[in-house]
Ligand binder design. Structure first.
Ligand code: CO8
Length: 264
């Protein structure tokens, strides 16, 4: 087994080309400290460096929490400078996940608060269990969100909803998160992983090149004007016609057979 080990993480392969990262710090409800943020960054980097990685799923160990936030005990005595470094470390992880070429699906299996909610929001999309609890309680601790919550949440659910979540610190049920499209679907806790795998498997059967291009276009487009985003799409669309996946995908369709895409 060539899988390296990462502190506080379990890496498993529930299926060929599909990886599951389980955040495993159950005694602190998987709270994020610096070591865990660095481990996550390294794990995503390593998985993305494998040409065979087609989808990555991210979840929390145990049945109680995805991630209950940044580690409050570790933050308690931080100076402003240390807090800035800690925030930058988290921000780098969120960007690493967004720029990871393989799609990343968050499987939110319980408390998903503060830094945990920000982590889930940086994944490509979120599937939740019925007992998932979302929220940004930072202001109750005398701080603001620090891993991109004010930015990604407002872009995701709009200004008014983001204001409500972040200013009240309310706990938001899976059903309410679904209504706001924060999560795409809800499963029973026992079915969450299976539900994630069904979707990961569908993604993994599609052209890896096209999937990667599409993910990049969506992320890059969110930071651009509509016109620039559409221009980028035209260029990436044209580029996809230089790939073997386009040759194979279209031939397979016209020959009425399943496509056999490369791993790249
Ligand atoms: N940090 C550290 N430890 C935690 C955290 C956390 N965020 N959450 C839970 N734990 C620990 C508890 O201290 C407890 O440890 P112990 O058994 O040693 O006492 C253990 O996990 C179990 O937790 P509880 O006993 O509290 O379990 P309950 O079922 O009673 O409650 C809750 C579960 C509701 C999730 C509760 O634990 C809670 O409110 N946790 C904190 C939630 C929170 O406020 N999260 C936001 C933190 S702030 C943040 O994330 C900022 C992100 C940006 C950082 C920017 C950096 C500058």
């Amino acid at each position: 087994n060539m899988t390296p080990t990462f502190d506080h993480l379990l890496l498993t392969q529930p299926q060929d080309n599909i990886w599951l990262i389980t955040i495993d710090r159950p005694k602190a409800l998987n709270a994020l400290n610096s070591a865990l943020l660095m481990s996550l960054n390294q794990a995503f980097q390593w998985l993305d460096s494998l040409p065979s990685t087609k989808v990555i799923m991210l979840t929390g160990s145990g049945d109680k929490a995805f991630v209950a936030g940044a580690d409050v005990a570790a933050m308690q005595s931080m100076t402003a400078l240390e807090a800035r470094d800690f925030s930058s470390l988290g921000m780098a992880l969120m960007q690493q996940i967004e720029s990871c070429s393989a799609p990343v699906i968050a499987l939110v299996n319980g408390f998903c608060l503060g830094g945990g909610c920000e982590l889930a929001l940086s994944c490509d999309y979120i599937l939740a269990s019925e007992n998932a609890v979302f929220g940004q309680p930072e202001v109750s601790l005398g701080i603001t969100p620090g891993f991109g919550g004010t930015q990604r949440l407002a872009r995701s659910i709009g200004k008014g909803n983001a204001m409500h979540w972040i200013l009240t610190g309310d706990r938001i049920s899976a059903q309410n998160a679904l209504k706001l499209n924060v999560c795409n679907q809800i499963f029973s806790p026992a079915e969450l992983l299976k539900g994630g795998l069904v979707q990961a498997d569908k993604i993994a059967r599609n052209s890896p090149c096209a999937v990667r291009f599409a993910k990049q276009l969506i992320h890059q487009g969110l930071n651009m004007s509509l016109q620039d985003g559409c221009q980028l799409e035209t260029e990436r669309f044209a580029l996809s016609f230089t790939t073997q996946d386009q040759t194979e995908g279209m031939a397979a369709f016209l020959e009425r057979r399943p496509a056999r895409f490369s791993n790249q």
